[in-house]
Design a protein around this ligand. Structure first.
Ligand SMILES: [Zn+2]
Length: 368
């Protein structure tokens, strides 16, 4: 962390402003904007309750230590380990979406799409609803930030290994990412320094965001609040740290019905057999058990408009998204990718008109 971050921090235990930083080890990092002094190791002490928080590997650990529900922490540990393991296997698109995209690693298929190839394919397809590439969702969130001036302060809450933070920084914003997972944050910080992008990463709970009131111009919760054990408190915390008129975006799964999950699973499993015939099975992921705390508040995501001034709500289906890419990987036929994508996109549009309540994902935009 840099020294000036301390002016934004508050104590997650007592909620008071006024912390003092005691650096133990510092390093000058050469960012694209110039050299900056980063604190690698040290301690942060609250001026009111005297609680201490560690800074390790450049990341301040601002968890308040009395987590009533450890669900988010355990969930974070799961995802942090997962991202680290994928990164170590050179599946890096969860750290940097501009890296090669490996959509079917979970089936042990290592086929990759490059960033350029994805952009090229996307440009040739007139799609509105289909999430064909991972970066489509990011693009929707980043596009809405374009009304903000460069240098504005953006909080990426539940940032994981930093994929969206990195893109927001590349757009010229002053970015802070928080997450309960120290593993994910350490990976994100290391990678951002390598890429010479200055981003502050802070370990934090969802329901005790360790920042003083009204310091952020915009906030993004991207696939994140469904991990928050107390969703209402988390949303209130988001509002507290946002400036008046600040822009908040929430992009979350909202309704993963069993039938949609089953259809997706069956289709993907069937297709993965086809893929394996053409691609080597080099990435066995079977030793990963699912996080038991995943989606703890997914059923309450629909209630978010009760707490916020929502100005826009867009819903999306995802459950057939694997098909066009799987067909493409199996056949290497780009026309087949295009045709199937357009058909599924049209089908989604119909389904959305008929049964909007069945949509699996929602993107809320609100003004504080
Ligand atoms: Zn305190």
């Amino acid at each position: 962390m840099i020294h000036s971050l301390a002016t934004l921090l508050c104590c997650p235990t007592c909620g008071k402003h006024g912390v003092t930083v005691f650096p133990k080890e510092e390093k000058t990092v050469d960012y694209d904007t110039g050299p900056v002094n980063e604190i690698r190791e040290g301690t942060i002490v609250c001026g009111s309750c005297r609680n201490k928080f560690m800074i390790k590997d450049f990341v301040p650990r601002m968890m308040h230590g009395h987590v009533s529900d450890r669900s988010a922490l355990l969930d974070g540990q799961y995802w942090g380990r997962m991202y680290k393991r994928l990164f170590d296997k050179h599946i890096m698109n969860y750290v940097d979406i501009r890296e090669q995209f490996t959509p079917f690693y979970r089936f042990g298929v290592s086929a990759k799409f490059s960033w350029d190839e994805r952009l090229r394919l996307k440009e040739t397809l007139p799609l509105n609803h289909l999430w064909l590439f991972q970066n489509d969702e990011h693009a929707r969130c980043l596009q809405n930030l374009s009304t903000l001036a460069k240098g504005k302060r953006v909080l990426d809450i539940g940032c994981g290994s930093g994929w969206l933070s990195l893109e927001a920084r590349r757009k010229g914003f002053d970015v802070v990412g928080t997450d309960p997972s120290i593993e994910a944050l350490t990976l994100a910080k290391e990678y951002s320094m390598q890429k010479r992008c200055r981003i502050e990463y802070v370990q934090a709970d969802f329901d005790n965001i360790p920042f003083v009131d009204t310091v952020f111009d915009a906030l993004i919760a991207f696939h994140s609040l469904h991990h928050a054990p107390n969703l209402e408190k988390a949303v209130q915390e988001c509002l507290r740290v946002l400036k008046p008129e600040g822009l908040m975006q929430i992009y979350e799964p909202r309704n993963r019905t069993r039938i949609l999950k089953l259809i997706r699973f069956l289709l993907s499993s069937m297709m993965s057999g086809v893929i394996r015939m053409r691609h080597e099975n080099s990435l066995p992921m079977t030793s990963f058990s699912r996080s038991r705390n995943e989606e703890i508040s997914v059923a309450q995501i629909n209630e978010i408009p009760r707490y916020l001034n929502v100005i826009s709500e867009e819903r999306y289906f995802h459950f057939l998204n694997d098909i066009p890419l799987l067909l493409y990987l199996a056949s290497n036929n780009r026309r087949l990718l295009g045709q199937s994508s357009i058909k599924i996109d049209r089908f989604y549009a119909c389904l959305k008109r008929l049964t909007p309540d069945l949509c699996e994902f929602v993107h809320y935009i609100s003004i504080a």
